[in-house]
Design a protein around this ligand. Structure first.
Ligand code: FAD
Ligand code: NAD
Length: 395
């Protein structure tokens, strides 16, 4: 007897949570579950700013997918998805035959939003995955290593474009890393420039004012320069050009100016807004009862009609609900509508500092940093229980 084929694309927060739910609740003979991901590992996106700055090794931000799935129930294919053909109900892969599905879950994450800014794709770095953060760290270190010979200030100037949470968390790591890096390359710490350029009038636009002030004061105290209300208009091999013509020479430019959905989703023919699919209450793509979209590829609006920001918190909750809903669907039961329950936002400012809101409480400093670490550990717990926390967790 043939069983329904469920294909999950992407082993990120949304995809893995869906698979965890499926493998927990479905019996061996109830469905054929396939997970496709381009790497053999899951990267913990919420920690990528650490290896990007070099404050931790990139192995701390990834784990083997096979170690957290049940391979007797889930068929894992390590391959790159090259196309999704909805009319054929097939997914095309780079190195394997196309796979067909009855139910498709798209959890392919996001890609950098560059707003068509000239030179950005070619000359800037992005905090995106393990490969990209490894490149940032190694590039920055190489630039620092050249400083003693060449004595050019731009070699030890780092521009971060965008002061959203990714930009701010990355800068927090950079200020932690600098003393050690400068010591290693015999560079006086005060000579290093870290410049954060933000188009909006403030850093972390829309976030609590008092917490933003705390973050800015802390980072400025560590020597960070903020330029707000001024968009980057061009990125060159020499640095960036801001609106109004000011040029900042920098050998390292890291773009953290926002994200959009994965290109493959747009190319699939699904209706998208900035690459993201506005899903219905069951996380289905409009017009496709058997296609579900989770995480950064999906778009959900709050009660005021504003889109929720794409976060790991959202992707995790979606995956948890979708896993159960697919089980219900296969067994002829009823699906439950998805309702996002925001639990708060905590952003690190390096290892020992953070800011955040939890419920209606504001937190900052060492306590917030501790809460942030607990959130990271919770993800490991959801994936692999206490044993994974003990194996991979880092305080
Ligand atoms: P992802 O976790 O990005 O996973 C997508 C998966 O799809 C990846 O495994 C990728 O390899 C795979 N994939 C992509 N394309 C293909 C392809 N063509 N073929 C095969 N596989 C493919 N959110 C929070 O809630 N809290 C935080 O503290 C937080 N911190 C962050 C810090 C940083 C530095 C960044 C960059 C983001 C942070 N976010 C945070 C946002 C959060 O990481 C994302 O919203 C979350 O990762 C989205 O999950 P996802 O499942 O949609 O995709
Ligand atoms: P973002 O969209 O939140 O922030 C991008 C910032 O770049 C904005 O402030 C924007 O004004 C600015 N910007 C855009 N164009 C610019 C330009 N030309 N010049 C200068 N600045 C420009 O993107 P992000 O920070 O990458 O975050 C992506 C998602 O991940 C968000 O949903 C965020 O909430 C989430 N995230 C959460 C955490 C956390 O909870 N700790 C950490 C990182 C990311």
């Amino acid at each position: 007897m043939s069983v329904p084929k469920i294909v999950v694309l992407g082993a990120g927060y949304g995809g893995l949570m869906t698979v965890k739910g499926l493998q927990k609740h479905l019996h061996y003979n109830e469905a054929e579950i396939t997970l496709v991901n381009q790497n053999a590992y899951h990267y913990i996106t919420t920690k990528l700013h650490e290896p990007a700055a070099g404050t931790s090794h990139h192995d701390h931000a990834r784990l083997s997918i096979r170690s957290v799935i049940n391979e007797r129930k889930v068929n894992f294919i390590q391959d790159k998805v090259t196309a999704i053909k909805l009319d054929e109900k097939k997914v095309f892969l780079e190195n394997n035959d196309p796979i067909s599905y009855d139910y498709l879950v798209i959890g392919l994450g996001s890609s950098p939003e560059t707003f068509g800014i000239k030179g950005l794709m070619e000359n800037a770095f992005f905090i995106r995955n393990i490969d990209s953060v490894r490149m940032i760290r190694e590039h920055m270190e190489y630039m620092f290593s050249r400083y003693q010979n060449e004595q050019k200030d731009e070699l030890i100037t780092i521009v971060v474009g965008g002061a959203g949470f990714t930009g701010i968390e990355y800068i927090g790591e950079l200020v932690d890393r600098m003393p050690e890096l400068c010591h290693e390359y015999d560079i006086p710490l005060e000579k290093v420039r870290i410049v954060n350029v933000e188009a909006a009038p403030t850093v972390l636009p829309g976030f609590d004012k008092e917490l933003v002030e705390y973050a800015v004061k802390y980072l400025e105290g560590k020597g960070v320069e903020f330029i707000t209300g001024t968009p980057i208009e061009e990125c060159t091999t020499d640095g960036v050009v801001l609106k109004g013509g000011q040029e900042i020479k920098a050998a390292t430019v890291v773009w953290t100016g926002g994200v959009r959905g994965n290109k493959l989703v747009e190319e699939s023919g699904l209706e998208t807004m900035r690459g993201r699919v506005k899903v219905d209450e069951y996380l289905r793509a409009p017009g496709h009862e058997n296609v579900f979209v989770v995480g950064d590829s999906s778009l959900i609006f709050n009660d005021e009609g504003r889109p929720y920001p794409p976060t790991a918190q959202m992707a995790t909750q979606q995956g948890q609900v979708l896993g159960k809903n697919l089980v219900a669907l296969i067994r002829g039961g009823e699906m439950k509508p998805f309702k996002y329950m925001p639990k708060g936002t905590v952003a690190s400012l390096g290892r020992k500092e953070a800011i955040g809101t939890v419920g209606d409480k504001k937190i900052f400093g060492g306590w917030a940093a501790f809460v942030k670490k607990m959130i990271d550990l919770r993800w490991l717990f959801l994936l692999g229980g206490v044993s994974l926390v003990l194996r991979k967790g880092k305080l």
